[in-house]
Design a protein around this ligand. Structure first.
Ligand code: ZN
Ligand code: ZN
Length: 379
């Protein structure tokens, strides 16, 4: 395949024939193997992966399968490499690619939609109607690296140029892996939510998305921004990222009343719900003001009972986000490049390639206060 490659490579970045890659066998079974390196096609580049962060969704994929979908089914025993929050260096350009140069440092979005369905045409490529259709005679060209195509727990990856965001020299590899998480909340707040400066907002659940949600909301001029959670250590990090108020549910008699005592009796304009429990969803509904919006950034693992009558009577909007969209990651990068918030403080641990199983354990069990755990595939 490499011999008839029509694109561009450079002596500065020699590309080996094979790389180290983790692959998923049965649920929770990962093994480190060698995989051949494919070369990029039209509108694609080959990246040398320099850092990859672990996301809660990776843990779901590795243990249960969804939302990963390989060849129309579960991702187990299909030589599939998970991992989706990575960054790296461009080492080969596919035919006709002139948007990037070899040696560029880039971080990635996950989804490259089919580009032809109704949602892709609207820029909502994370809601592509051809999700997972990239094989055999249903190949619509959709890619979601780490979900429907090979991901980042390996040394090289092919990416569509639409998924790449240039990384400024001064930004570390580790920080650059966080752009997609910040970009996801950016998409939820601005493109889907329509947030404008001065609107009030609550984030429930100080995980990586919730914490960076606080940071992005604050950078967008929201206020007051209130962070609700159960662990003081995480709430304190939220404060460093700009939360005007933090509330520990365990210390509050009635969390809805506590929010209203800060934001006013009518409640807040936005709630970003990152806990995914029935209680949190109902709290979100009751603390949102009439005409306000609830962005669902987490999901319960089973159907739950929520107060629909209250939502209807009060004209409350509720909408899910699935990853980034409309190039929101570029706007998140603009904020991070300007130092509007310090995303680095959610990165807590770094491991080498061989230590992925340990790293996953740290992320899953939140060992030693782990929030964002990063793998360096070349160490
Ligand atoms: Zn993720
Ligand atoms: Zn599409």
């Amino acid at each position: 395949m490499k011999n008839d490659f029509q694109g561009i490579t450079s002596k500065k970045f020699p590309i080996p024939k094979a790389m180290k890659a983790w692959v998923l066998g049965d649920p929770d079974q990962l093994s480190l193997v060698e995989k051949p390196i494919q070369m990029p096609g039209k509108a694609e580049v080959l990246l040398r992966i320099d850092a990859v962060a672990i996301c809660a969704t990776d843990l779901d994929v590795i243990s249960h399968g969804p939302p990963a979908m390989i060849e129309g089914g579960l991702p187990f025993n299909k030589n599939f490499t998970p991992g989706h929050e990575y960054m790296g260096t461009v080492v080969a350009l596919g035919p006709s690619v002139d948007e990037f140069e070899i040696g560029d440092r880039v971080t990635v979005e996950i989804h490259s939609g089919c580009g032809q369905c109704k949602r892709c045409r609207m820029g909502m490529y994370t809601s592509c109607h051809n999700y997972g259709l990239n094989y055999g005679n249903v190949n619509k060209g959709h890619r979601a690296n780490g979900f429907t195509t090979d991901g980042g727990f390996k040394q090289y990856a092919i990416n569509n140029i639409n998924t790449l965001i240039k990384v400024p020299d001064k930004m570390s590899d580790e920080e650059a892996t966080l752009v997609v998480t910040a970009g996801t909340t950016m998409y939820g707040l601005t493109e889907l939510g329509g947030l404008i400066a001065g609107e009030s907002l609550v984030v429930i659940g100080p995980g990586p998305i919730g914490l960076l949600g606080v940071a992005v909301a604050k950078a967008l001029g929201a206020g007051p921004v209130i962070l609700v959670g159960t662990r003081d250590s995480r709430l304190e990090i939220g404060k460093k990222l700009g939360a005007d108020h933090i509330l520990n549910i365990n210390n509050e008699k009635d969390i809805v009343q506590s929010v209203k005592s800060i934001a006013g009796d009518k409640g807040v304009d936005y709630v970003v719900e990152c806990a995914g429990t029935e209680q949190a969803l109902n709290d979100a509904i009751m603390m949102t003001n009439r005409g306000g919006k609830i962005c669902l950034a987490a999901f319960p693992h089973e159907p739950v009972k929520i107060n629909i009558p209250h939502m209807v009577i009060n004209n409350i909007y509720m909408y899910g986000i699935r990853g980034e969209g409309r190039s929101a990651t570029h706007r998140a990068m603009a904020f991070m490049n300007e130092g509007r918030f310090d995303a680095k403080i959610v990165h807590t641990h770094t491991f080498n390639m061989k230590e992925l199983p340990t790293a996953l354990k740290y992320a899953r069990e939140r060992i030693d206060g782990a929030i964002k755990v990063v793998i360096k595939p070349w160490s």
